[in-house]
Design a protein. Sequence first.
Length: 534
Amino acid sequence: MSNDGSLKRRVGRLASETKRASDCDHGRATPEDARCPACRVVMPWARDAARDSLLPFVGITHRDYRPTAVHVAIAEALEAVERGEIERLLIEIPPRHGKSQLVSVHFPTWYLARHPDRRIIAASHTQRLANGFGRRARNLLSHPDFATVFPGVRVADDASAASEWNIEGRDGGYLAAGVGGGITGSGANVLIVDDPVKNRREADSVTYRETTWEWLNDVAQTRLEDPQAIVFSMTRWHLDDLAGRALDADLAGWTVLRLPAIAEAGDPLGREVGEALWPARYPLSRLEKVRASSVDFDALYQQHPVAREGATFRREWLAGLRYDAEDGGPANLCVGRWISVDSAMKDTISSDYTAVCVVEMLPDYRLLVREVYRERLQFPDLPGTIEAIGRRYNRDLKLRGVLIEDKGSGISALQTLRASAPDWLARMLLPFEPGGSKEYRASQAAVWVRNGCVLLPHPSEAVPWLADFEAELFAFPSAAHDDQVDSLVQAVLFLEHYVAQGFHARAEAYRVREVVPLSASKRAIDRLQHTRAG
């Protein structure tokens, strides 16, 4: 509590600043100044910018805010939501990179100030966290400079709780909710879900994932009314999390802004591969330390949700087994090429993908993964797709076969292709009869991956399929889908005889080089030369 003396000093200082502002002609201000350097009043052009754009609004109400490229990208996406250009937005971003301040605090207030008759539901993993965001968003309306940007917009006296507050004299308002909890009251135009998962334990819980999915569909989305939008802002813990399920249900309907902490190929911000997302706050050296100490780095920081220890395939096995796809890789070394197909019969939301893995055999009998394709195909489209891929990969006449599992939907695929495919392709069809469960088959193939018999490309623009493939591969068997893994496993097991021969030959050559010392080799050569001389 302030004493009377300090209160009088504050009132006096405020009165002095007000008088100075009214007397100031802002002559020292430039178009780059949001505030007059002399009196600190918000300049007219800054007020206009804050009214029209989110980041200037943040700057007016948060004087120390210093946005970077990541915040510009988030703000532009949210502005597109406000304009009605994006109806479903997913922001995937590492922790502690400023997403909640934009998504759950400043954006709702700015949106409601521009549309005071609309409503927002903002949800987080607990009601307490949601209330905290609601309180901060509400308090912005009481900021000294808010009224200069949005005059006449204020919190209603009779509905001003952190968990639910309304706009005075209008129909708009804000409701905070915990994910999975009840939502009472009127509908909403915007549903914001910020960090629906609290920790790894929740992420790995099938029950929790089912509960949150049911909550989204049966509770939250039923409150939406036109014009409507959904904004997810989260770090990706699990392939089958809320975002993963939403994308599987309606991939085309979502705009995805994926912002990994360390840039990868095709970065939305135009960063070079390996560049940090917010280098001033989290330089690359710090991120590398986090990577070394965190088993969840790929999921939380790179937005590649994967399974934890115990996954069938390990990323570190392939660390030194990469080829450069930018220049075509060792394509001239290919001695044979195979296309492995894992087919799906339906193209419904719940069905799996059709996956096609193209592998090439090198002279030392290692396998190089050239491409992995996946799509939800209608069955009549499957033959044409396989033929197109076959033609593309048989221009050098090195295609040796097309593998298709001889069970389930694969039987129908084989029958259809034999009847409809061109002769050259029909002759290459190779039925593959798997044994055991897919987990067992994957564990067999994993032996050869671990022993350095399979090569993947380095991440680059030339391999846009790689990120999704690796996410599924390193998450197996916990991934939401396993079609790409199945197609790779099928190829490895079909060619296992050659892969094993190559491995043992390389191992023997290595053993000879390591075991026989140079001195012994020299003595043997000397003896041989002496014998010949004699």
